[in-house]
Design a protein around this ligand. Structure first.
Ligand code: HEM
Length: 408
């Protein structure tokens, strides 16, 4: 990180702002991020963990778009330093997609990519609907009240992911339990580490066993890539792990989405009475939902880059905020308002550039099924407790309700 970072006009760099975890309620937008957005397009932040003192933060839509699509900003370089960060622990696995640059990133991502295309997700849709129907049938049969997270929003994405990965039916319970332990905060760090070991060991074995098969599930595709020498086994396991655990993001994001629908009668009425509005409503909600706490993974400038009159020096760490970009008033006027009639299709809820979320099309399909199915099967879907009694996860990377008590 360059000591003499200055703006082009010779002004001193912006002050370094602490970004504490302020304990956010519900779907509230982080007031610290709101303040940073007001302060300027590029600010400097210090997060709770990591050895290094500060990193740049870009919040404007155009800058976020540029930085995330510009090879002068490297993820690989960022994986070997202890940047200021939100996570207490930092140990990137070699071969992890999120920490790779081109051309390695393309090679790693290509192996499993056919399982996440629009065509593959379309073929999966009827099976996903069946799995969802089973869960909703059981919930409806048991009668209200029910916890929507426990009954549907957690098990559904895990089942879909198991289908895509190719986890055999008789192994699903075991894999499901590991995944739950990894994503749950209840058992503490030790239980989560144990579960990770179990899951990653199981994935490694499954990839080995499928090297000679010709299946189109992700574990077989990765096995084939190891056989052909395209990926090392360790890389294949690193690619598979986040794809298996990725359902967590959907549980929390759709938890926030249903919380918003259940607490805004006008929005619920619109989405219920006008099914044609649902695709636009989903985009608008994805834009609006504060998916995560603070920021994700940083990038490092490989050379000096000037953005908005500010010189970012080679070696400087840079974060972008997709949440802030999604509230940029130049792109989304009156951004703090949920407006189903705006064109929110250009949101960056799934990121941008080469690291764009692998699971985006799959997520979208699951959200569509969840909204269609739950609104149809539970015509009077409503919260079973007052809105301010819905407990939300605290001190967590991905935000969302812990439980969502519903009646219908
Ligand atoms: C990356 C959002 C669900 C797999 C990302 C990124 C975002 C994101 C913002 C980071 C982009 C960047 O690094 O610049 C979301 C949201 C989800 C979701 C909002 C739910 C609504 C999923 C699911 C999976 C998944 C279900 C797995 C099937 C991944 C992977 C990456 C990623 C593997 C890293 C891609 C790469 O670095 O090349 N996601 N995600 N995500 N996501 Fe998701």
């Amino acid at each position: 990180m360059a000591e003499d970072t200055t703006t082009l006009a010779g002004q001193p760099p912006p002050p370094v702002r602490d970004w504490p975890d302020v304990g956010l309620q519900g779907t509230e937008f982080d007031p610290v991020l709101a303040e940073l957005m007001r302060e300027g397009p590029l600010t400097r932040i210090r997060l709770p963990h990591g050895d290094e003192d500060w990193a740049w933060l870009a919040t404007r839509y155009d800058d976020v778009k540029m930085i995330t699509n510009d090879p002068r900003f490297s993820r690989k370089e960022a994986s070997v330093r202890q940047f200021t960060r939100l996570a207490p622990h930092f140990a990137p696995r070699p071969g992890a997609l999120a920490w790779a640059d081109q051309p390695d990133h393309n090679r790693l991502r290509r192996a499993a990519s056919t399982a996440y295309t629009v065509g593959a997700v379309k073929r999966l849709r009827p099976r996903a609907q069946e799995m969802l129907d089973e869960l909703v049938d059981a919930m409806v049969q048991d009668g209200p009240p029910a916890d929507l997270i426990e009954r549907v929003l957690e098990p559904f994405p895990i089942s879909v992911v198991c289908e895509v990965m190719g986890v055999p039916a008789d192994e699903r319970q075991k894999v499901h339990t590991w995944t739950r332990e990894i994503i749950s905060t209840a058992g503490g760090a030790e239980a989560s580490e144990r579960a990770k070991k179990g899951l990653f060991g199981w994935i490694a074995q499954a990839i080995r066993d499928r090297q000679d098969g010709d299946g189109d599930d992700v574990l077989s595709l990765l096995g084939g890539a190891v056989r052909s020498g395209e990926l090392k086994e360790e890389e294949a396991v690193s690619v598979a792990g986040p794809l298996q655990i990725g359902g967590e993001a959907l549980t929390n994001n759709s938890g926030q989405m249903f919380y918003l629908l259940l607490t805004r009668p006008d929005l619920m009425d619109r989405v219920r009475s006008d099914p044609a509005s649902r695709p636009a409503a989903i985009d608008e909600l994805l834009r609006y939902i504060p998916h995560r706490t603070a920021v994700g993974l940083p990038r490092v400038a490989l050379e000096d880059v000037v953005i908005q009159g500010v010189r970012i020096r080679a070696g400087d760490p840079v974060y972008v905020s997709y949440l802030a970009a999604n509230r940029d008033p130049d792109v989304f006027p009156d951004p703090d308002r949920i407006d189903v009639d705006r064109d929110a299709g250009a949101h960056m809820a799934f990121g941008n550039g080469p690291h764009y979320c692998t699971g985006a099309v799959l997520c979208r399909m699951q959200i569509e099924l969840l909204i269609d199915t739950l609104l149809e099967r539970c015509p009077d879907l409503r919260l079973a407790v007052p809105a301010d009694e819905v407990p939300f996860r605290q001190r967590t990377m991905i935000r969302g309700p812990i439980s969502l008590p519903i009646a219908w």
